[in-house]
Design a protein around this ligand. Structure first.
Ligand code: CTP
Length: 225
C-alpha cells in the first residue's frame, strides 16, 4: 500500500466472526456475523507489514495472505485462544462473541416428548474477552472494541469504551442501508477520549476493505500520539 502507515514490528491480534454455543450434538446458538470486517482488518494489517493473527469463529472465509489463523467455535475457546496470544501490541475485537452460553451441554440429542409445549434453556454469561484483555497484566498498548447499536449509538458506544477500559471503539451503525453483517460494505463511527475530550470520526459507508484501512490509520495515529 503506498502511503499507508506501516505496522512493521507490531504484533496484532484480531478476533472475527460469530461464536457458536453448543446446546447438544446437533444444535447451537449462533449469530449472523459473517467475519468479513475482522478478516478485512487482519488482511490490511498484514499488507502493512504487521505480524497479524486472526482468531476466527466458524466462518467460510479464506485466510488472508500473510495472516496466521486460529479457528475456534465457542466464546470460551475464543477467550482462551486470544489470551494465549498475549503479549501483543494491538488487539482488535471484531468478533460477535455470544454474551450467553447454555449452562449445560446435553451429550445426546435433546428429544421432544409427547405433550411438551415448550423448552426452557438455562443460559449463563460468557466471559468478556475484550474487558479481560484491557485489564490484563500484559495489556496490549492499544485495545479496540466494536459495538453494534441500532439506536442511541454514541452513548452506548461511549459507555462500552469506558466500562471495558478500551482505547477506541468502532460502532457499527446498524440500519444504514447496504451495510451490516453479511454485506461487503459497512459504516463505522469511531469514538475515543483524547486529553480529556470526547473525540469521534465517521468512516464510510464504504467497502469493508477500505474501512479496515481507514480504521488502521486512526489506530496508528492514536498509538503514536
Ligand atoms: N466481546 C467480547 N467478549 C464477550 C462479548 C463481547 O470480547 N463475551 C466484545 C466484542 O468482540 C465486541 C464488543 O465486545 O468488540 C461488543 O461488546 P458487547 O457489550 O458484547 O456488545 P453488544 O453485544 O452490542 O452488547 P449489548 O448486548 O450490551 O449491546
Amino acid at each position: 500500500m503506498t502511503g499507508a502507515a506501516s505496522l512493521s514490528g507490531l504484533r496484532i491480534v484480531v478476533s472475527a466472526g460469530p461464536t457458536f454455543e453448543d446446546i447438544d450434538p446437533v444444535r447451537f446458538i449462533g449469530n449472523r456475523s459473517s467475519g468479513k470486517m475482522g478478516f478485512a482488518i487482519a488482511a490490511a494489517a498484514a499488507r502493512r507489514g504487521g505480524e497479524a493473527t486472526l482468531v476466527a469463529g466458524p466462518v467460510a472465509l479464506e485466510t488472508p495472505i500473510g495472516v496466521e489463523r486460529i479457528d475456534v467455535r465457542s466464546a470460551a475457546q475464543m477467550h482462551a485462544a486470544v489470551l494465549a496470544l498475549l503479549p501483543c501490541d494491538l488487539y482488535i475485537g471484531a468478533a460477535a462473541v455470544a454474551d450467553f452460553t447454555p449452562q449445560q451441554f446435553a451429550s445426546s440429542k435433546i428429544k421432544k416428548r409427547a405433550g411438551e409445549t415448550g423448552l426452557t434453556l438455562e443460559l449463563v454469561r460468557t466471559r468478556d474477552i475484550l474487558a479481560d484483555i484491557a485489564t490484563h497484566a500484559r495489556r496490549p498498548r492499544m485495545v479496540v472494541g466494536f459495538a453494534a447499536e441500532t439506536d442511541t449509538v454514541e452513548s452506548y458506544a461511549r459507555a462500552k469504551l469506558a466500562d471495558k477500559h478500551l482505547d477506541l471503539i468502532a460502532a457499527n451503525r446498524v440500519g444504514v442501508e447496504g451495510a451490516g453483517f453479511e454485506s461487503d460494505h459497512n459504516a463505522l463511527t469511531l469514538y475515543w477520549r483524547q486529553d480529556g475530550r470526547d473525540c469521534a470520526r465517521a468512516l464510510g459507508p464504504a467497502p469493508k476493505q477500505q474501512l479496515a484501512e481507514a480504521l488502521l490509520d486512526v489506530i496508528l495515529e492514536r498509538m503514536t500520539a
